[in-house]
Design a protein around this ligand. Structure first.
Ligand SMILES: Nc1ncnc2c1ncn2[C@@H]1O[C@H](COP(=O)(O)OP(=O)(O)O)[C@@H](O)[C@H]1O
Ligand SMILES: CC(=O)OP(=O)(O)O
Ligand SMILES: [Mg+2]
Length: 424
């Protein structure tokens, strides 16, 4: 039996996106009935975007929505009140709710969320402070509003379970690392799994032969080195704070910076750091840093469009850090790669950011076709070629779709999930 209706729920740090699907067959992509997004959770007022058939709402301002949970409740009301979406009038028809859960610890694949899994994910919340707790509030909301739906967790970290030991290990006391599970996990993996399949199809390559450097640049930003279709390395670490800067995240800084973030900066002592608890430093680096701290906005589109000195500095920092990761991954792939791939809100929409990044990487053989880079919006398809023909390496834009990636997995494994949830 095919799944009936699947809700795919993507709680990002600045947005909640929900796609509604109807399963067709086990080997077929499910049909997308509607996509709804509440964005701008970190840059109020939040906005609603909705697509269902001929019905389109673009960036409509909405009041009183400032968390992932608010966003989901708003979306659920919107969907169930839409007369043009009869498939959702009867809530019993929603068989699966797939949730993007950023930190999955040691889980290497999707899990039915039962009481034990839920509590385990709760324990991991500290390791993804902008994400896991929000996603779990949505799991609870589904549980109370859609009691007949089976909740499935898809993890951002699972795709990176192929990282070799020397890449995922931090050079610290191994006993403590093992006991406290301190290692590199990596995130945005649902997106990287989608990108890997999409680029494989686009380039007509067997997935096991695909070497790419992928950039998921959204409110959180990361880079991933994909060798033979699997993650070899990625820029995020134990938590999504590591690596590239983001909307409110610092990205990589000297780890001892946290001890100097006090009034007595430069003279850390037990007494001076007492005023600033270590968890406050975590909050500062996750929630009060990045583009918000440098420029006053988390909207990278606005930062790119501004000539203000702080916006130029933010852009220069981003380009420098991205180029650094790409160069490192280029070496790890020994220069043998099929393409550099841009994805995520900034990667897909930010033509000028792509121009700046590729310009910084020209010495490695990456070049853009200026007109195609500017014209991405006008071109349909999941993958768009923006590279200059004849350049040593390709440059692609991939319209990543984390919701579809989860729904595909859910269709393929529906029977297993049914038997695990006791519904079979
Ligand atoms: N035209 C644009 N140019 C550059 N960045 C853009 C543009 N439009 C949107 N963005 C940025 O995309 C980011 C959101 O990315 P997205 O992947 O949708 O978010 P999330 O990480 O919450 O899933 C925001 O920083 C937003 O400002
Ligand atoms: C892992 C992460 O940072 O996700 P997002 O970019 O959706 O906030
Ligand atoms: Mg995202």
């Amino acid at each position: 039996m095919c799944a009936k209706i699947i809700l795919s729920i993507n709680a990002g740090s600045s947005s909640v996106k929900v796609s509604v699907y109807k399963a067709k067959g086990k080997a077929e992509d499910p049909a997308e009935l509607a996509v709804v997004q509440v964005a701008g959770l970190t840059a109020p007022p939040a906005t609603l975007t909705y697509d269902r058939g001929d019905e389109h709402v673009r960036n409509q301002r909405i009041e009183g929505v400032s968390s992932q949970e608010d966003g989901f409740r708003y979306i659920l009301d919107h969907l169930t009140n839409d007369k043009g979406l009869p498939e959702l009038t009867n809530k019993e028809d929603i068989e699966f709710a797939c949730h993007r859960v950023v930190h999955g610890g040691d889980y290497t694949r999707a899990q039915v969320i039962d009481v034990a899994t839920y509590h385990h994910l709760e324990e991991l919340s500290d390791l993804a402070p902008l994400h896991n707790a929000g996603a779990l509030t949505i799991v609870r909301a589904v549980h109370s509003h859609l009691p007949s739906a089976t909740n499935i967790a898809y993890f951002d970290s699972s795709f990176h379970s192929t990282m070799p030991e020397h890449i995922r290990t931090y050079p610290i006391d191994p006993k403590i690392a093992k006991r406290n599970k301190l290692r590199k996990y990596g995130f945005h993996g649902i997106s990287y799994a989608f990108i890997t399949k999409a680029v494989t199809t686009y380039l007509h390559r067997p997935v096991g032969a695909l070497n790419i450097i992928a950039l998921h640049l959204g409110s959180g930003a990361s880079a991933c080195c994909i060798r033979g279709g699997a993650s070899l390395d990625t820029s995020m670490g134990l938590t999504p704070l590591a690596g590239l800067p983001g909307a409110t995240r610092s990205g990589d800084v000297d780890p001892s910076l946290v001890f100097h973030y006090t009034h007595d900066a430069g003279k850390p002592s037990a007494s001076s750091s007492k005023a600033l608890h270590i968890t406050a430093a975590e909050d500062i680096l996750n929630k009060q840093s990045g583009w918000a701290a440098l420029t006053g906005t988390t909207d990278f589109g606005a930062i790119m469009a501004s000539d203000a000195a702080e916006c130029t500095l933010a852009t220069d920092i981003f380009v420098d850090r991205i180029a650094g990761f790409v160069a490192s991954y280029y070496v790890k792939l020994a220069g043998r790669l099929d393409a550099l791939v841009f994805a995520g809100g900034i990667g897909e929409k930010g033509a000028e950011l792509r121009r700046r990044v590729v310009e910084a990487l020209e010495c490695l053989g990456f070049e853009l076709d200026a007109a195609r880079n500017q014209g991405v919006r006008e071109v349909e398809g999941v993958v768009v070629d923006v590279g200059k023909s004849g350049a040593r390496h390709g440059v692609l834009v991939c319209r990543t779709d984390e919701q579809l990636e989860m729904a595909r997995g859910c269709v393929a494994e529906a029977e297993t999930f049914r038997s695990r949830s006791g519904v079979a």
